[in-house]
Design a protein around this ligand. Structure first.
Ligand code: S3P
Length: 169
């Protein structure tokens, strides 16, 4: 069974939505950041401090590689993971969904938090968002709006998966 892979910018709700989708579809849920944190015994912020973004991207690639070898998971990827071709290609046989939220909404959700090293400077985060948007869209098989209550995105994703299972386009 294909895995279902959620991508999108920080704060778009990949983890919240992914957990709920996994529950509704009775599948195992994995968050790549949590997977890396568990393997390293360090938080994402600590990993960035210890080995910079490049070091984190290597660990992220290893995580994607390991998880892509499993079947039937619901995977919430970190916001940068599916902007790299080497990670996108690992999930070519899976179903990739882009959770789309405008930058203003993302800033409203996570602007005041300090756990994301790449969201500490608003102007830089906005530039990153604009650069990544086309990458998410081209990596994804489906785009689902992340606006409103998370249950709206969850229901839309479950509908997509159920329709695929019975061969409806
Ligand atoms: C990152 C997003 C984070 C985490 C790391 C880098 C990014 O994950 O992987 O801080 O490059 O956008 P979330 O999207 O879950 O916040």
């Amino acid at each position: 069974m294909n895995s279902l892979v959620l991508c999108g910018f920080m704060g778009c709700g990949k983890t919240t939505v992914g957990k709920a989708v996994a529950k509704m579809l009775s599948r195992e849920f994995v968050d790549t950041d949590e997977y890396i944190e568990k393997a390293q015994g360090l938080s994402i912020a600590q990993i960035f401090e210890a080995c910079n973004e490049d070091g984190f991207r290597e660990l992220e690639h290893i995580a994607c590689s390991e998880l892509s070898q499993k079947n039937g998971l619901v995977i919430a990827t970190g916001g940068g993971a599916l902007t790299f071709e080497r990670n996108i290609s690992l999930f070519k046989n899976d179903i990739v969904i882009f959770l789309d939220a405008p930058f203003d909404e993302i800033e409203r959700r996570i602007g005041g938090t300090d756990t994301r090293p790449l969201f500490r400077d608003k102007a830089k985060a906005l530039a990153l968002y604009n650069a990544r948007l086309p990458l998410y869209k081209s990596a994804a098989d489906y785009t689902v709006s992340a606006m409103g209550d998370s249950s709206r995105a969850v229901n839309e994703i479950v509908k997509i998966i159920n329709a695929r299972n019975i061969g409806v386009k």
